[in-house]
Design a protein around this ligand. Structure first.
Ligand SMILES: O=C(O)CCC(=O)C(=O)O
Ligand SMILES: [Fe+2]
Length: 367
């Protein structure tokens, strides 16, 4: 059957799963063969190109939350969390309880995967109508600009949803590292769900219940060095489709930037911390109070960068919509319609990454 993609529109075929993306070459391989090469398809229009942030913006920092205080129920820290979600949509957590060894093993496993020869990595290549596996997602047309990164995406929770066909099981230590990291991150995520629940007027298990079954997927990104970082983007501006995302970044290379008050602010890595950002599902459930912020990654000439994004998301069949406790007909009326998560995600994967367009289509004001 011919699977048709309507650029900017949803898939109409129910059998498609989550979505489809056109195959693209490995940019890591292109750079490995010719460091100077910057193919036309990666060069962004002038207005989209990364700009070097000025000193004032570079000195602005996203909030830092001490997770050990949150778990003790510290009122000030919980207020800080609420502020971070409303004003920034991004924060870094320290003292989160995931051991340094677990973090380092995960980083080493991902680095070892990307260090494999291309032919070996291709054994785990995603199919065109799959989102899991090695390759790239969100490529919906042949003339779309491409991002300067390769990735492998794996669904990790619940364990019975793991599809080991996409896991490099012959790579020593990879499966163990991912499984251990996934389990540790899940604990942190459950505590975040509990805190968000209370802040949104529910009991601690409120949001967890509203996700149906809790799901988790890990996207491992590899950004090769680039001889012209001023012309390309490591990952185009987008918001995440998750409830929230926990990002483990390279301790030494800054690449992530978030849109804050119309400027791009770099997120400077704090060693062993995790960056947390609100995803579209939480923006919708909080009726727009918690912001799913646009972010992107830039590249550099000297060092490749690895980042590991763990997405938490609801069950496919779950309907998501603004919580009653977050709607106030007079002061803060309902901003989004309800939507089944799978319908939301199909719509999202049928588009290229394009800023906030992915929440706009659920907004009630949009006709
Ligand atoms: O590499 C980064 O810092 C950002 C990655 C990201 O935004 C994603 O994978 O959704
Ligand atoms: Fe992201």
């Amino acid at each position: 059957m011919d699977l048709k993609v309507e650029t900017g529109g949803a898939y109409k075929d129910e059998r498609l799963g989550w979505g489809k993306s056109l195959p693209v070459p490995s940019i890591q391989d292109i750079v490995r063969n010719d460091f100077q090469s910057v193919p036309e398809r990666y060069i962004h229009e002038n207005m989209d190109r990364p700009q070097v942030p000025d000193n004032l913006l570079a000195s602005l920092e996203i909030p830092i939350i001490d997770f050990s205080l949150l778990t003790k129920g510290d009122e000030d820290e919980i207020r800080k969390l609420d502020f971070a979600c409303k004003e920034w949509g991004f924060f870094q957590i320290i003292n989160h309880g995931v051991g340094e060894k677990v973090l380092n093993k995960m980083k080493a496993a991902v680095a070892a995967f990307f260090a494999l020869p291309l032919e070996e990595k291709k054994k785990y290549a995603k199919a065109a109508n799959e989102i899991q596996g090695y390759g790239q997602n969100f490529v919906v047309s042949e003339d779309q600009k491409l991002d300067w990164s390769d990735m492998i995406y794996l669904i990790t929770v619940p364990p019975e949803n793991r599809n080991f066909k996409f896991w490099p099981l012959t790579l020593p230590g990879f499966k163990e590292a991912v499984e251990e990291y996934s389990a540790e991150i899940q604990k942190v995520a459950e505590e975040i769900y509990a805190n968000f629940s209370v802040l949104m007027g529910l009991d601690r298990d409120g949001l967890k219940r509203l996700q149906g079954e809790l799901k988790q997927g890990i996207r491992m990104n590899y950004y090769p060095v680039c001889s012209r970082p001023d012309l390309v983007l490591g990952i185009s501006p987008h918001s995440d489709g998750s409830t929230f995302t926990l990002l483990l970044q390279d301790d030494e290379v800054t690449g992530l930037q978030i849109r804050h008050k119309e400027a791009w602010i770099p997120v400077k890595p704090i060693p062993n911390s995790l960056v947390v950002n609100i995803g579209d599902a939480t923006e919708i459930q909080s009726n727009g109070m918690y912001k799913s912020i646009e972010h992107r990654a830039i590249t550099n000439e000297e060092k490749p960068r690895i980042s590991i994004a763990t997405f938490m998301f609801p069950d496919d069949e779950q309907e998501i919509g603004p919580l009653e406790s977050m709607i106030d007909d007079h002061h803060h009326p309902r901003m989004y319609r309800n939507i089944k998560y799978i319908d939301y995600i199909r719509e999202k994967f049928a588009r290229r990454m394009e800023g906030k367009a992915h929440t706009d289509f659920v907004k009630l004001t949009r006709k």
